[in-house]
Write a protein that binds this ligand. Structure first.
Ligand code: FAD
Length: 489
């Protein structure tokens, strides 16, 4: 390494990984005045939306509001790049932003924002190991470069010993065709970290010109509920999205694949998981979300699967209104290593290795908003530590502090997702109308009338207030509210 390279290679904070946790960690550390390096395997995947192009909704929308209040980037970038805003829990205390972004625009905007951030340097390289030497953390990369810093934040997402599956095809990869981080995972084990295995997966995308006109239209909101208080001007043109349902034929095809599937904790639940867990459900909702204003590609949200491509095409064709749809990108799943709870402090710093922080999917969480909130907390605390200041408190941010508290101290059996019901204040609404109804709840287990079960399954209301608008018999509503109240206690 030349003398000038050595000089460049010293920082206050290094962030490994340019996903959602890494982007927020880099932005928050640099904004605190720490000289920061964002080290990531590919500059072309900074802030990539690996699954659905959507953000927010119950729980996650509240997280976005807090990220905004803490000075995070994600809410502003969503507002700049969203092509569909539709708030959830409208007119209730659960109101939260929901938006579908143009995938390519989101990546370009967040990358450009980071490139302009003072104190922040961005480099394309892959950290193969991390070493504590001479009072500093070193990130040793596959190119031979070594970068040093007082603090280091690992945000390697699903890449730690990542293994993807698409039917019979298995790859050593952190995401589709992207090199995994086996070296870093091995190094963490050598540093005595206790790693577990989780899985997650995504659904296929289809060509829009083959979609039937009979699909249920979901209107965008006008005016939109922005994710950031700072947003004043509308971004790109807005488009409607669509909703449909699986059919009896879908269930038949998917059930045949049951024996070929890998098992293990995972989120989002695959279509197979949904069908097996809720055998009484005759149909499951499928949401059609545009990938971009420029692309002829729509994401099918709700049918995460990793079957052979041929089977995936059959599943898609069995969905109502999609018989002519052509699958372009098949869904797939990924198994990866994460840090089991109990190894991090409430500041997301390792208990045994001071100056080493973690955030995002590597901590056992799942989701863009969760990763961003955790990244923000870890980046801020790493910067404070590097500057020898006390770490920051989270008390005023309820959802973020519950998220951090849960992933650092509770037993986690599947990738952790933020839900309204996890937050104490949100668990005990003052009025029964405000009770949140969990997504994919099994209504047939509570003894409701057949009419009520059918309506609830069909319309999937988010709250009792929404259920009341479905003209469901009063006794069924009362039984549902009583059941939810008991669950929340
Ligand atoms: C197939 C799939 C399906 C998913 N489905 C959903 C879903 O339905 N809903 C949902 O909310 N979330 C879903 N997720 C999860 C979502 O993508 C993550 O929760 C979120 O992106 C986590 O952010 P992160 O920053 O922790 O990691 P990521 O976004 O995965 O980013 C990790 C970054 O680290 C980089 N990196 C890794 N190792 C190294 C290294 N050694 N050196 C340098 N750089 C490195 C990678 O290149 C990448 O840029 C899915 C993810 C995948 C892969």
């Amino acid at each position: 390494m030349s003398t000038s390279q050595k000089k460049l290679a010293r920082y206050d904070v290094i962030i490994i990984g340019g996903g959602h946790a890494g982007c927020e960690a880099a932005n928050s550390a640099a904004s605190m005045g720490a000289s920061t390096l964002l080290l990531t395997t590919s500059l072309d995947t900074i802030g990539l939306l690996a699954c659905s192009p959507s953000f927010g909704g119950p729980g996650r929308g509240q997280l976005l509001t807090e990220i905004d209040a803490m000075g995070g980037l994600m809410p502003r970038i969503i507002d700049e790049t969203a092509i569909h805003f539709r708030q959830s829990g409208k007119d209730t205390i659960r109101q939260a932003p929901f938006a579908i972004c143009d995938r390519s625009r989101y990546h370009r905007h967040i990358k450009s924002r980071l490139e302009k951030t003072e104190n922040l340097h961005i480099k394309q390289d892959t950290a193969q190991s991390i070493v504590f030497s001479g009072g500093k953390w070193e990130a040793r990369c596959i190119t031979g470069q070594i970068f040093k810093a007082k603090c280091l934040v690992v945000t390697a997402g699903t890449f730690l010993r990542g293994r993807t599956s698409l039917g019979k095809s298995k790859q050593k990869a952190g995401r589709n065709n992207e090199i995994g981080a086996d070296g870093l995972a091995k190094c963490l084990v050598e540093l005595d970290f206790n790693l577990g295995i989780f899985r997650t997966g995504t659904g296929p995308t289809v060509k829009p010109r083959t979609l039937a006109a009979s699909l249920e239209k979901q209107q965008y909101d006008e005016p939109p509920l922005f994710c950031s208080r700072a947003t004043k001007i509308k971004g790109p043109r807005q488009v409607h999205t669509y909703k449909t349902h699986t059919s009896a034929q879908t269930i038949k095809i998917v059930k045949k694949q049951q024996n070929n599937q890998l098992v293990g904790p995972r989120y989002c639940p695959s279509l197979l998981d949904r069908i097996v867990k809720f055998p009484q459900k005759k149909e499951h909702p499928v949401f059609l979300q545009p990938e971009s204003l420029q692309k002829q590609e729509w994401f099918l949200n709700g049918i995460s699967m990793d079957f052979d491509e041929e089977i995936q095409q059959k599943v898609v064709a069995s969905i109502r209104g999609l018989s002519e749809a052509e699958t372009i990108r098949p869904g797939y799943s990924v198994a990866y290593r994460y840090l089991k709870p109990g190894q991090l402090t409430g500041n997301l710093e390792s208990k045994n290795h001071r100056g080493l922080f973690f955030a995002g999917q590597v901590t056992g969480s799942n989701g863009y908003e969760e990763a961003a909130a955790l990244g923000l907390v870890a980046g801020k605390n790493a910067a404070l530590k590097a500057k020898k200041h006390p770490c920051s408190e989270l008390e005023r941010n309820r959802f973020t502090s519950v998220l951090v508290g849960d992933i650092t101290s509770k037993k986690i059996t599947e990738p952790y997702r933020m839900l309204l019901s996890r937050v104490a204040g949100a668990k005990l609404p003052s009025k029964i109308e405000d009770f949140t109804i969990p997504y994919s709840m099994d209504f047939s287990a509570i003894g409701l009338s057949q009419e009520a079960i059918e309506k609830l399954n069909r319309f999937q209301p988010a709250t009792i207030n929404e259920a009341l608008k479905l003209d469901i018999p009063e006794k069924s509503i009362q039984a549902l509210a009583l059941y939810l109240e008991r669950q929340n206690k």
